[in-house]
Design a binder for this molecule. Structure first.
Ligand code: HEM
Length: 298
């Protein structure tokens, strides 16, 4: 039997912490770190929280012996990109979520402490759900996420040794909110490809090829590629504000194809105009093994 980690399938939470960690020079996973990874789900459940720990391609072999998830690889470097998609020096992702930020803080703090001989944090962001699920651009994010019954097929590896696991990509985006807010709503809608207030997709005639939706909706063999997004807005008043993007999928290919269409011109010369108002400042690619696989680390 395989059970996905608790942070993958449930609907959005009010709060999340996203922590990227990298291996300390010359260090290998130690007993305390193994115990932390193996016990994370139990500790989260005891606090009524959800979460995921996921491991990147370079470090996976240090944690799990034997065959690796077949598609696990580094964050993509997209040829011909005209917008930045930086790759972070990160080996492990902690994505904890729930309704109580104080509990998430305590759990994350204890984890980072337990992992400290092996890993050091390189990015640490607390995201929060805004009214109606609107992100800092004012648009509702997550509308086209798969429904609950479709989520396992979209987000989880179905078969084989790593069944119940999920390929994760994260990117921290910083918005240029001053210029975004100067843009009339009609033009903002053309950038996203949906209406702002009523959250409806624009008609094909009104939706530019440069709209975010036009870039990320990709049809292959008559079916739209699908991913499960758990992105959340984050920021400090008057400081950096943006979106912490996080996608979960049964294959890394979906994110790679969508990102390529966002940042690298297609044959028509188009890219995603959302990136005129938002830039990526971090990026990571990870695999979240099933709870049973994590338990073997104890
Ligand atoms: C600045 C960063 C981003 C912002 C502000 C943003 C915002 C949005 C918004 C407002 C929507 C429409 C509502 C919805 O269906 O969720 C959307 C849809 C979507 N976004 Fe993004 N997004 C960002 C980055 C990304 C990235 C990096 C990807 C993938 C590589 C992505 C993939 C998608 C997908 C798959 C949809 C659903 C499209 C559909 O089926 O209609 N987004 N995004």
């Amino acid at each position: 039997m395989t059970t996905p980690q608790s942070g993958i399938l449930p609907l959005a939470s009010s709060h999340a912490v996203f922590i990227l960690l990298r291996r300390r020079l010359g260090r290998r996973i130690d007993a305390k770190s193994r115990e932390c990874l193996a016990m994370l789900q139990t500790r989260l459940a005891a606090q009524d929280c959800l979460g995921v720990v996921a491991i990147g391609a370079e470090t996976f072999g240090d944690v799990f012996e034997g065959t690796r998830p077949s598609e696990l690889r580094a964050f993509p470097r997209i040829p011909g990109a005209v917008h930045a998609a930086p790759v972070s020096d990160a080996d492990v992702l902690l994505h904890l979520r729930g309704e109580h930020l104080d509990r998430l803080f305590d759990l994350a703090d204890a984890c980072v402490h337990a992992l400290a001989d092996w890993l050091e944090p390189v990015e640490n962001i607390a995201g929060f759900r805004r009214s109606q699920g609107r992100d800092m651009t004012g648009f509702i994010d997550g509308t086209e996420n798969p429904d609950s019954d479709e989520r396992p097929a979209v987000a989880l590896v179905a078969e084989g040794e790593w069944a119940g696991g999920s390929y994760i990509h994260t990117q921290r985006y910083v918005h240029r909110l001053e210029s975004w807010r100067k843009l009339p709503v009609k033009q903002q809608e053309a950038v996203i490809g949906r209406t702002k207030e009523t959250d409806e997709e624009l008609d094909d005639d009104d939706k530019p090829a440069t709209a975010h939706i036009s870039r990320v909706v990709i049809e292959e063999d008559g079916e739209e590629l699908a991913m499960l997004r758990h992105s959340l807005p984050y920021g400090t008043p008057g400081g950096e504000r943006g979106l912490y993007f996080a996608s979960y999928c049964h294959t890394p290919q979906v994110f790679e194809k969508m990102l390529a269409r966002m940042i690298s011109p297609t044959s028509d010369g188009r890219v995603d105009h959302l990136l005129n108002y938002s830039r990526a400042v971090s990026g990571g690619a990870f695999f979240a093994p099933s709870i049973e696989k994590l338990a073997t680390l104890a």
